[in-house]
Design a protein around this ligand. Structure first.
Ligand code: ATP
Ligand code: MG
Length: 723
C-alpha cells in the first residue's frame, strides 16, 4: 500500500490531524492553512489505511462545487472511484434522505423543492388569501421570519400564541404557510434541513440505520453551520467520537442566515474527548496579502485568536484603485484581466468578488463588450431566470399536479385568456375545500358556472398539461424538456418580446434542453431508486442553481459574491465596491455584531487571493437605480499603507490611501482646468482643483470641496462651473 501520496504533501500538524485514530476532532485554523486539504486526506487515509469502507463515510461541504472538487481529490488520492461515499452540502444530503424516506416524514414521493424565489411567491399569495396588506406585512420579512424559525427547529405548531397582536399574526401566517406547503408537496430550503432532523428524531430505526452506516462524519466550514444542522450532526454521531470538523471562526459569514459560531464552542462541550489541532502556516497567499488580511481581521473583538504566517515571500503590493464611477471601476478591472491574459495568465485564475449580486452587471457588460468569456456563480442564476422557471413549472406540474406554486406560475403564462376572476374563483374553492388549485380548477369547470370562454381557456390549460404528460411518458429527459419548451407556447411568447431580450430567453430555454441532456444521473447512483429522472433533474435545478451555466472546462473569468467565494482560491482577485454602505453594507454599519461579520467577509475575500489582490471603490455609484457618492470602505483604512499601492489608470503612485488624498502628483495633466482653480459643483458646492488625469471620455479631476472633502470626478458628468 502506497501511503506516501496521502502523507507526503502535509506538514506536521496536518499529518497529525490526518492520521489521528478515530476521535472527535476540531481543526481550527485560518484561511488557506490546509483545512480542506486535511479533510480530503483524512478521508483517503481512513479508506486506505484504516480500512473504513467508502460506503461508511459522510462528508459535508458548503457548496456543490466544493463537494465535486472534494470527491475528485479523494478519488485521485485513492486511485479509484468512490461512488458510495456520501459527499455533499447539508441541503443536498438532506434532500437525498427525504427522497429515500418520504413516507416517514409524511411527504408525497413527488415532493418538489422550492428555491427562495418560489417561497417568496407562495408567501405573497398567502397574504392575498388571508386578506393582509403586503405593505404592512412585507413578504421578505415574513420569509426571513419563517426561515429563522425553521433554522432553529421551531415549527408553528410548537409556538404558543402570545398576547402581542403582531406576533400572533406572524404565527398565523407561518401556520398557513406550513399548511399550504404540506398540501402542495412543496419543501423550501430550510424545510429540507428541518425535516431531515425530524426524520432522525422521530424514527429511531432510521436513525440507527444511519448511525450504523456512517462510521465517520466530516464537516468542512463548520463555523457556518446553523442550529438545526448541528443538531442533525449530533443526532447522527451521538455517543460516538466519529465527528471530524474543520473551521475558522474568522470566516463565519452566515450569521445573518442563522449560522452559529458558537457551535465551535458547543462542539467542545458536547464531545468532551475531542482533540483540537491548530494550523498556522498559510500556503495560499503572498506575504503582503496575508499580512494585510491578518491586520484587518485583528480589528474584530472576541476572536479565538490565531495568527497565520507564510514562507512564500512578500510578493506584489495590493493595488487600490479609486474609480470615479461604477463603469470606470468595471473598465479598470477588465483591462487588468486583459493584461493578465496577454501575459499568459488563465482567465479562470481571475476572480471578481462583490458584496451584492446586483454589482455583477457592470462587469458582465464590459466583459461581454471585450469578448472575454466569463461565468457568474450565484446571482442571476440560470435556474432562477424567469423563462427557465416557467419551463420548469410546466415540468413540475406534469410531475405533481398538487404543485400550486407552479400552477399559479404558468396558468396564464403565456396568456390564454384565464382572467383574474377565474383564478380567484379557483383559489377560493381550493381554500374552502382544502384541495390543490389543480383539483379546484376541475371542480370549477364541473360546476358549469364559468362563462364559455373562460371555461374553454381553463380546460385548454388542464388538457395541455395532461397532453404533455402523456406524450412525454416514454421520452428521454431532454426530450421531455424540449417538448415543454416547444409546446407550452413559451417560445412564441418570447419571440414577441423586444428583440434581444426575447432572443436571449429563447437561447436560455435551449440551454435548458442542453442541461437536461448533459444531466448526470450517475452522481447519485446509489440512491434515489424510486425517483424519476425528471424529478431528479427538477430537484437539481432547485438545489444547484448556477452550476449549469458556462462550461466547467471553458477558460472563463469567475464572477461571484464574496459569500460564494468561501473556500475557493484564485491567483488574481478583484475585491470591488469597497465603499461604506455597500461593503460594509448599510444595514451593518450601526450594528457592531453585523459589522464584525462584514469584516470577516472582507477577510474571506482578501484571503482568496494567491498572487495578486486588487481593491477598488467608486466615488460615485449608480446601483438599484440610485446615484450615491459613497466614502471608501473603512476596511481599506484598516489595511496598513505599507501593503498598498494606489493605482491610477495612467500611472502608479505608491501612497497609502490615507496619505494620498491631498497630494498633487506629476500625472499627465490635460488642459480643461488649471491646478488650484476654484470650481462649483451642484451637489458638493465649492472646491479647488487638486489634480487632473486622463483624456477625452476618461478625463477626471480631483477637487478639494470645502464641505464634501476631496473627490475625484469625471469631467464628462461633473458639470463643473468655474468660479
Ligand atoms: P479556507 O479557510 O480558505 O477554506 P483551507 O484552510 O481550507 O482554506 P486549503 O484550501 O486546504 O486551505 O489549502 C490552501 C492552499 O494551500 C491549497 O492550494 C492547498 O493545496 C495548499 N496547501 C495546503 N497544505 C499544504 C502543504 N502542506 N503544502 C503545500 N501546499 C499546501
Ligand atoms: Mg477550506
Amino acid at each position: 500500500m502506497d501511503i506516501t501520496k496521502i502523507i507526503d504533501p502535509l506538514n506536521d500538524s496536518q499529518r497529525l490531524a490526518v492520521t489521528a485514530p478515530s476521535q472527535a476532532m476540531l481543526v481550527l485554523a485560518g484561511a488557506g492553512s490546509g483545512k480542506t486539504r486535511v479533510l480530503v486526506h483524512r478521508i483517503a487515509w481512513q479508506i486506505q489505511v484504516e480500512g473504513v469502507s467508502a460506503h461508511s463515510i459522510l462528508a459535508v461541504t458548503f457548496t456543490n462545487k466544493a463537494a465535486k472538487e472534494m470527491r475528485g481529490r479523494i478519488e485521485d488520492l485513492l486511485g479509484i472511484p468512490a461512488h458510495t461515499l456520501w459527499i455533499g452540502t447539508f441541503h443536498g444530503l438532506a434532500h437525498r434522505l427525504l427522497r429515500r424516506h418520504a413516507k416517514q416524514v409524511k411527504l408525497p414521493e413527488t415532493f418538489q423543492v422550492m428555491d427562495s424565489g418560489d417561497q417568496l411567491r407562495v408567501i405573497k399569495r398567502l397574504l392575498t388569501t388571508l386578506n393582509l396588506d403586503d405593505a404592512k406585512w412585507p413578504p421578505r420579512q415574513l420569509q426571513w421570519y419563517i426561515n429563522a424559525q425553521k433554522d432553529e427547529g421551531i415549527r408553528a405548531r410548537y409556538m404558543a400564541a402570545t398576547d402581542d397582536m403582531y406576533q400572533r399574526q406572524m404565527l398565523a401566517i407561518y401556520r398557513a404557510y406550513e399548511a399550504f406547503c404540506d398540501r402542495s408537496g412543496l419543501v423550501d430550503f430550510a424545510e429540507l434541513l428541518l425535516r431531515a432532523h425530524e426524520l432522525f428524531r422521530e424514527n429511531p430505526d432510521v436513525l440507527e440505520f444511519y448511525r450504523q452506516r456512517f462510521r465517520q462524519v466530516h464537516v468542512d466550514e463548520f463555523q457556518d453551520t446553523n442550529t438545526i444542522q448541528y443538531a442533525w450532526l449530533r443526532l447522527l454521531t451521538d455517543g460516538k467520537d466519529n465527528l471530524f470538523v474543520v473551521g475558522d471562526d474568522d470566516q463565519s459569514i452566515y450569521g445573518w442566515r442563522g449560522a452559529k459560531i458558537e457551535n465551535i464552542y458547543s462542539f467542545q462541550r458536547h464531545y468532551p474527548n475531542h482533540q483540537i489541532i491548530k494550523l498556522e502556516q498559510n500556503y495560499r497567499s503572498t506575504g503582503n496579502i496575508l499580512k494585510a488580511a491578518n491586520q484587518v481581521i485583528s480589528m474584530n473583538d472576541g476572536r479565538m485568536g490565531k495568527e497565520l504566517w507564510t514562507d512564500s515571500g512578500d510578493g506584489d503590493l495590493i493595488s487600490l484603485y479609486a474609480a470615479f464611477n461604477e463603469q470606470d471601476e468595471a473598465y479598470f478591472v477588465v483591462e487588468r484581466i486583459r493584461a493578465w491574459v496577454n501575459e499568459g495568465g488563465a482567465r479562470s485564475d481571475a476572480a471578481i468578488l462583490y458584496r451584492s449580486n446586483a454589482q455583477s452587471r457592470q462587469f458582465e457588460e464590459k466583459l461581454m463588450a471585450t469578448g472575454t468569456p466569463y461565468r457568474v456563480y450565484g446571482g442571476l442564476r440560470f435556474f432562477e431566470r424567469a423563462e427557465i422557471k416557467n419551463a420548469l413549472a410546466y415540468l413540475r406540474l406534469m410531475s405533481n399536479r398538487n404543485d400550486d406554486a407552479s400552477f399559479e406560475r404558468v396558468i396564464n403564462t403565456p396568456t390564454r385568456g384565464i382572467g383574474a376572476k377565474t383564478l380567484e374563483d379557483i383559489r377560493k374553492i381550493a381554500r374552502e375545500q382544502s384541495i390543490s388549485l389543480w383539483a379546484a380548477a376541475i371542480v370549477l369547470i364541473n360546476q358549469g358556472d364559468l362563462p364559455g370562454r373562460a371555461s374553454n381557456a381553463l380546460t385548454g390549460f388542464l388538457n395541455l398539461i395532461k397532453r404533455l404528460t402523456e406524450q412525454s411518458e416514454d421520452m428521454e429527459l431532454y426530450e421531455k424538456v424540449k417538448l415543454v419548451v416547444e409546446k407550452s407556447g413559451l417560445v412564441e411568447l418570447y419571440k414577441k418580446e423586444k428583440m434581444e431580450k426575447g432572443e436571449e430567453k429563447i437561447e436560455n430555454l435551449e440551454e435548458l434542453v442542453n442541461a437536461a441532456r448533459l444531466f448526470d444521473f450517475t452522481q447519485d447512483q446509489e440512491s434515489e431508486e424510486n425517483l424519476s429522472e425528471l424529478d431528479m433533474f427538477l430537484a437539481h435545478a432547485a438545489l444547484e442553481a448556477g452550476e449549469m451555466q458556462g462550461d466547467d472546462i471553458d477558460d472563463c473569468v469567475q464572477l461571484m459574491t464574496l459569500h460564494s467565494a468561501k473556500g475557493l482560491e484564485f491567483k488574481l482577485v478583484f475585491l470591488v465596491g469597497m465603499e461604506e454602505g455597500l461593503f460594509p453594507s448599510q444595514q451593518s454599519v450601526d450594528d457592531a455584531g453585523r459589522l464584525e461579520e462584514e469584516r470577516r467577509l472582507c477577510y474571506v475575500g482578501m484571503t482568496r487571493a494567491m498572487l495578486q489582490l486588487h481593491l477598488t471603490y467608486a466615488e460615485s455609484r449608480r446601483l438599484y437605480g440610485r446615484e450615491s457618492y459613497p466614502r471608501p470602505s473603512r476596511f481599506l483604512r484598516e489595511i496598513p499603507g505599507q501593503y498598498i499601492q494606489e493605482v491610477r489608470m495612467r500611472a502608479t503612485v505608491s501612497h497609502p490611501i490615507t496619505a494620498v488624498k491631498t497630494k498633487t502628483s506629476s500625472l499627465q495633466v490635460t488642459s480643461t482646468y488649471k491646478l488650484g482653480q476654484r470650481v462649483g459643483h451642484s451637489k458638493f458646492g465649492e472646491g479647488v482643483v487638486l489634480q487632473m488625469e486622463g483624456e477625452g471620455a476618461h478625463e477626471r479631476v480631483q477637487i478639494n470641496f470645502k464641505q464634501a472633502g476631496v473627490k475625484w470626478l469625471m469631467l464628462a458628468y461633473a458639470q463643473l462651473k468655474t468660479l
